[in-house]
Design a protein around this ligand. Sequence first.
Ligand SMILES: *Cc1c(COP(=O)(O)O)cnc(C)c1O
Ligand code: SF4
Length: 412
Amino acid sequence: MRNDNIDINRKKSLIRSDELDKIAIGDIESKSQVRVGFSEFSKKIYANTKNKILEELNSTEDDWNNPKWQMKNRITTADEISKYTNLSKEDYENIEKVSEKYRFAITPYYFSLIDFNNPNCPVKLQSFPDIKELDKSGMLDPMNEEQSNPSGRITRRYPNKLIINVTNACPMYCRHCQRRRLIGKFDKHTPKGDIAESIEFIKNTNTIREVLVTGGDALLLSNNQLENIFYELSQINHVEVIRVGTRVLATLPFRIDSELAVLLRKYKVNVSTQFNHACEVTPEAVRAIDMLVDNGILIRNQMVLLHNVNDDKYGIQKTNEELQKYRVIPYYLFHPKEVKGIKHFNVDISKGLEIMKHLEGRTSGMCKPTYVYNSPGGLGKIPLVPMQNIECEEDCYRLTTWENKTVRQRFK
Ligand SMILES: *Cc1c(COP(=O)(O)O)cnc(C)c1O
Ligand code: SF4
C-alpha cells in the first residue's frame, strides 16, 4: 500500500517534471535570441571597434583601460561617429541637428558595444541622438523635482531618505534620461558650497536615515571628493546608510579601481546601477562588478523599461538572469516617463505588467525586480503589480498562480 503511494507520487512528479521541461525548453529557445555581452559575437564586435578606435587615436591598451582617457576621448560629433561606421547623409544631418539641442557623448568603451548591423541595437538606441527627440510634446520636469528641493542640491520626497545631486555629468548621456533638462552644455560637478549646504540640511534634519549620493553619475567625482562627502555624512549620527547612484558599471567600467572599492567598503556604501540590456553585461563590466562585490558592496540594478531596447519579456528575463549570475540583484524596473524628447521610448503599462507576469515562476525570484511608476508631481514611486493575481470573492481571495491556475484563500 505504502509503496503503491510512493509509485503514484513518483509517477505524477515525473509527469509534472516533463510538463515543466516543455516550458523551460521554450524559454531557453526564446532567450537564446537575446544578445549577451559574453557571447563570441559580442566579443568580436567589441574587439573590432575597439581596435579601430585605438588605431585612429594612436593609443594603447593601457589608454583604453584608463577612465580619464575614456572620458577625454568620448565621441561627441557626427564626424567622429562616421570614422567608425557608415552614416547615411540623412543620419548624419539628423545627429547634427539633434545634438544642437541635446548634446551627446559616448565613451569609446560603450560605443564599441554597438552592433551596427542591427538598426535597433539596444546600445545604439540608448546612446545615439534620434530625430524623434525633437518631438515637442511632453514636459521637461514632470516629477516636479524643482519643487522638492528644500536646500542645496537635495531632492526630498520621502520621510526618511533623500537625494543629493553631486554632479550633472555622466560618462554617456543616455538618450532616455529623464533628467535631461539638467544636462547642460558642460559637465559640471556641484559646487562645494552647494554640497556643504546640502550636508548642513541633513545634519539639521534628524529624520533622514539614508542619503543617496547621485547625479548625473556620482562616480565621476574623484575618490577624494567622494571620500570628503562620505566622511561628512558618516559624522552625522542619524544617517545610517549612504547609497551611490552610478551607471559607470555599464558605461565606464574602468572607473572602478581597487582604491574606490576599498573606499566604498569603508563607508559601507550601497550601490545602485543601471543595466538595461544583457549585452551591456560584458566581461569588462563583470570585472568591475567583481571588484565591488568582492569588497562586500551590495549592488542593485535599476532598469528602465524602454521601447525597442528591452520591452520584451525574454530580453528582460535574460538580462536579470545575467545580472544575478554575476551578483547584481535586480531592484527596480522603472516605467518610462513622459519627459519631452524621450517619448519615443514610452510603452504602455500593460506591457510592463505582461513582462512582470512572465517573470513570475519562470525564473528565480532573485531575478524579479519591482515594477514601479514614478508619479508626476514628485509624489513618489508606485509599485505596479499584475492585477489579476488577487481578487476578492464573497468569503475568500481568488489567487492566480504563475501558470494562471486558480487557488482560493478564505478571509480570516
Ligand atoms: C527613488 C528615490 C529615492 C530612493 O527610493 P528607494 O525606493 O529607496 O530606492 C529617494 N528619494 C527620491 C527623491 C527618489 O526619487
Ligand atoms: S546615467 Fe542616469 S543621469 Fe546619466 S544620462 Fe544616464 S539616465 Fe541620465
